[in-house]
Ligand binder design. Structure first.
Ligand code: S3P
Ligand code: PEP
Length: 430
């Protein structure tokens, strides 16, 4: 699918942020491990989170989606997982792949995990090595540390270490499966620890499902005793990463937009987007569970470290392109290991729109100034949504391979169309 985005004059209205992708994955998987029936309210149904739900079914959980309000009832297996009958194809979802790799060690027999072309390039070796120290036998079939991955059932536990500079999902993965290891698990994260808020989210939801996990923050060490998750009624909060596109559009244009369902005290690192657009000169008011943006359409470049919020890279790169002056994004080398090498794909697509952009090892240097043109998402959902924002600002941006927003934010075009006001309001959004 190809999408041409036209200029919008204003953006205004009240919307509810879509549910958090990260919390939805975790809620589905932890409820599937718990004993008894959990109810997950307001979960995200998207390509990625559906991959987690399918994997939960494959391990023997019973899943029912309510047709009226969409809540999900999951009858968990109480730590007694079934061996999947087939290879688990988790499509484009890195979170599912990583978390389910450790979970697979709780099922007897062998589990094979794979995914689409992009997923088969996502690094796994550090996780496989760390699991080995816990006497889990897991390896890449291609011997390059990438999927397909084979995991043999059996999770002894003990002491393990892992590097913290590639993906926090490795750490979340070990933590989530650890309560069902035969012995206690001690996990130490070595060196730079990126994307830390995602691990805080993991601990947060593990504790809400009744598990005790110790975290010695200053030492980057975790300790989990054998125990089990309890069934729960759990409501998924709104997603700051998805909301970042609405916030960015509102900051880029004249606007009056209220986004509900965004918690002020959220553990999500991507709530940094609020500070970023404020630094760029946009007026934002934050309440307990909503964010209100009053944009005047003029932004200035900023310096920003995205170590803890890598998924904001495309959004901030788009904002930098439509701002006056320079934007420098640092700390985010790990964005190279996502659906695409996002440092490289952002640089290549922005330069097609006339942006003066320089690729750095751990980020981007952007000089504001952009025009319309034809770009490609490289099948990366976050690139589609970020490039769309530029289209709303400058008009005539055609995005190839645009349908992949379904991976994280299926209602993205619908919500943007609802909010955007064109000059004569005949064409909305695109
Ligand atoms: O645990 C999670 O839910 C996620 C962790 C982050 O990955 P890294 O830890 O690999 O940076 C993030 O980019 C991804 O979209 C979701
Ligand atoms: C990197 C992402 O997700 P995942 O790692 O789950 O594929 C993302 O949503 O931007």
């Amino acid at each position: 699918m190809e999408l041409t985005v036209q200029q919008a004059e204003r953006i205004e209205g009240i919307v509810k942020a879509p549910p958090s992708k990260s919390y939805t994955h975790r809620a589905f998987i932890i409820a599937a491990l718990a004993e008894g029936k959990s109810i997950i309210r307001d979960p995200l149904y998207s390509e990625d989170t559906n991959a987690s739900l399918d994997a939960c079914r494959a391990f023997g959980s019973e899943v029912q989606v309510d047709e009226d309000d969409g809540h999900c009832t999951i009858k968990g297996v109480g730590g007694q997982l079934k061996t999947p009958e087939n290879v688990l194809n988790v499509k484009n979802s890195g979170t599912t792949l990583r978390i389910m790799t450790s979970v697979s060690a709780l099922a007897p027999g062998y589990t094979v995990l794979t995914g689409d072309k992009s997923l088969r390039k996502r690094p796994m070796q550090d996780l496989l090595d760390s699991l080995k120290q816990l006497e889990v036998s897991a390896f890449s079939t291609r011997n390059n540390g990438m999927p397909p991955v084979i995991v043999k059932g059996g999770f002894k536990g003990g002491k393990t270490e892992i590097k913290g500079n590639v993906s926090s999902q490795f750490i979340s993965s070990i933590l989530i499966a650890s309560p069902y290891a035969e012995n206690a698990v001690n996990l130490h994260v070595k060196g730079k620890f990126i994307s830390k808020p995602y691990v805080d989210m993991t601990l947060d939801i593990m504790r809400k499902f009744g598990v005790q996990a110790e975290y010695e923050r200053s030492e980057s060490s975790f300790h989990i005793e054998p125990q089990s998750y309890k069934k729960r009624n759990y409501t998924v909060e709104g997603d700051y990463s998805s909301a970042s596109y609405i916030i960015a559009a509102a900051a880029a244009l004249k606007s009056d937009v209220t986004i509900k369902n965004l918690l002020h005290d959220s553990k999500q690192g991507d709530k940094l987007i609020v500070d970023i657009v404020q630094d760029m000169g946009c007026d934002v008011k934050v309440k307990r569970d909503e964010v209100k943006i009053s944009g005047h359409g003029k932004l200035k470049g900023v310096d920003v470290d995205l170590q803890n919020a890598p998924d904001l890279l495309p959004t901030v790169a788009a904002l930098g392109s439509i701002s006056h002056g320079k934007t420098r994004i640092t700390g985010v080398e790990h964005a190279r290991y996502k659906e695409t090498d996002r440092i490289q794909t952002c640089a290549s697509e922005l330069s097609k729109l006339g942006v003066n952009v320089q690729e750095e090892k751990d980020g981007l240097l952007i000089e504001g100034g952009v025009h319309g043109g034809v770009v490609d998402s490289h099948m990366d959902h976050r690139l589609v949504m970020a490039l769309y924002i530029i289209g709303l600002k400058v008009g005539n941006v055609t995005i190839k391979n645009a349908s992949v927003y379904d991976v994280s934010f299926p209602k993205f075009p619908e919500i943007m169309k609802k909010l955007c006001r064109q000059e004569n309001d005949t064409k909305k959004g695109y």
